[in-house]
Design a protein. Structure first.
Lengths: 351, 168
């Protein structure tokens, strides 16, 4: 870890002023940032500690029915908030399927959205990586790319975004509230992360000094609570990143899908909203044929970026399964256990 | 840059100099305070051997900057027993052989104390295993660890006044 200047911000304006300096990075819990700094992957020369900023650690229902999740709300606090989990069960399920209990107790909502890819070529400073060092090449291409992207990737970068939390959030049309030198703005989460194109080092739309202050779920996001799931396939039962994950929210009326929300994780450089699949489902009866059609639509543009063609078929099957599970109703006890061959509970046996 | 921070460590309020802001909570505990119970296994948040409670919640002390925790209350394995009276989780780990070499044990025990405080797993061994997945045991003592957590949780529900286990 290279030396850095430590600045403790006491208000948002002061944080933004300190964070606009070249080489500055914001520090919340640091669970991802410190890990990357120890490995020499992230090399900030100033850390602006935002953990004491007032008003950013609360979950609050707004007058218009939207829900504002402060940037500093801890992952575990949000997931275990009964009112939150009841209204947005797929988000709670996603949060609790991520990382370990220790990390969820520390990691913040904004930090989860801001986390960097787990591509091993990104985290190994001995490998070429366009994201870490623009123009240096991509050793993941032609390397061990079993877990890499099948959607949205480019020749410059095939890494995936690792967040579970973001997947249901993007399906529910979450917004990102941003404070910056030029004032505040809100952008849809779907537009917050950039596709790599030829500039994979630019991962989000944040400009220098801009700070995420909250995530906002619009009023209609609570309308899917009766039929929501987040299913995650990983290489081991617990404490692993997704190989493929799927978030689903359905509104069923008179035996038909009135509205569907669908997003995928682990398959693309950003949380991947599958709007074409949602359109396929609208008005259909919630049956296996509809689910398979939706799965085909969700993966229509997919292409392997290495030895990972299996992820395309795996994602299709997981989309169909998540839709089927969601259609049969959100489980009574949330979160359902992560899928395990040892799991006695039927809601857990999803991998 | 040098700065002092204040931490309450195992019930004692201490002013601690931070000569380098790079110091993690784990290094601060081990090197400055000579509390070597929390172990540096991977130092990357993957093994859980460094688990301590910060303001009553279990975290990986290797991935927390000491200077950022100014004002926090820390509970480490050294602060768990009351004199010669072991904490119920410590007693249960002994009773169920929840360890072999012992390196991961302080982290396992602090994680178990945190798990019981979180009160999310209940008496379901599957949920206990899930909630303990951030603590690796290279010796593979998981069966005993799961039994110990379940038994300690049961014992503590019948002795809810246990001071350290319930302290805020």
């Amino acid at each position: 870890m290279i030396p850095f200047e430590y600045v403790r911000a006491t208000d948002v304006a002061g944080a933004v002023a300190a964070g606009a300096a070249p080489g500055a990075a914001y520090l919340a819990a640091g669970t991802n940032l410190l890990d990357l700094m120890k490995g020499g992957v992230a090399r900030p020369t100033r850390l602006v500690d935002i953990t004491r900023l007032p008003g950013l650690a609360a979950v609050a229902r707004q007058g218009d029915g939207s829900l504002r999740i402060g940037a500093l709300v801890r992952n575990s606090d949000l997931a275990h908030d009964p009112a939150f989990a009841g209204a947005y069960p797929a988000v709670a399920e996603a949060l609790l399927s991520g990382a370990s209990a220790q990390l969820r107790n520390a990691a913040t909502a904004a930090g989860n959205v801001m986390q960097r890819t787990r591509c091993p070529y990104f985290t190994d400073t001995g490998s070429a990586c366009n994201k870490r060092e623009p123009g240096s090449g991509c050793d993941a291409q032609g390397g061990e790319a079993r877990l890499h992207a099948v959607l949205g990737w480019s020749e410059a970068c095939i890494a995936t975004h690792p967040s579970d939390f973001c997947v249901p959030l993007v399906a529910l049309d979450a917004g990102v509230e941003i404070a910056g030198p030029a004032g505040t703005r809100t952008v849809p989460l779907e537009a917050f992360h950039r596709l790599p194109g030829d500039a994979p080092e630019r991962e989000t739309v944040l400009e220098p000094g801009e700070l995420m202050t909250a995530l906002v779920l619009p009023p209609e996001a609570a309308g899917f609570s009766g039929h929501s799931r987040y299913l995650k396939v990983r290489d081991r039962t617990s404490y692993a990143f997704a190989v493929v994950s799927v978030a689903v929210g359905l509104r069923l009326e008179n035996g038909r899908v009135a509205e569907a929300r669908l997003a995928l994780g682990g398959v693309a450089p950003k949380p991947w909203r599958a709007r074409a699949a949602e359109a396929v489902l609208a008005g259909r009866a919630p049956d296996e044929a509809a689910f398979r059609d939706a799965a085909d639509a969700a993966l229509a543009g997919a292409a392997p970026s290495g030895d990972n063609a299996f992820k395309i078929e795996l994602a299709r099957r997981l989309v169909a399964r998540a839709l089927s599970r969601a259609a049969s109703g959100t489980p009574e006890r949330l979160p359902a256990l992560p899928g395990s061959v040892f799991a006695p509970a039927p809601e857990a046996a999803h991998v | 840059m040098s700065a002092d921070i204040v931490l309450t460590v195992n019930g004692t309020r201490r002013t601690i100099p931070i000569p380098d802001p790079r110091t993690t909570l784990l290094d601060l505990l081990r090197e400055s305070l000579h509390l070597t119970g929390a172990k540096k296994g991977c130092d990357r948040g993957q093994c859980g051997a460094c688990t301590v409670l910060v303001d009553g919640r279990r975290i990986n002390s290797c991935l927390a900057l000491g200077v950022s925790l100014d004002g926090a209350e820390i509970l480490t394995i050294e602060g768990l027993a009351e004199g010669d009276r072991l904490h119920p989780v410590q007693e249960a780990f002994i009773a169920h052989d929840g360890f072999q070499c012992g390196f991961c044990t302080p982290g396992q025990i602090m994680s178990a104390v945190g798990l019981i405080r979180e009160a999310q797993a209940g008496a379901d061994p599957e949920r206990v295993r899930e909630a303990m997945s951030g603590n690796l045991c290279r010796c593979g003592a998981y069966a005993g660890i799961t039994e110990a957590v379940l038994e300690a949780q049961q014992a503590m529900s019948q002795r809810p006044s246990h001071r350290q286990g319930e302290a805020a």
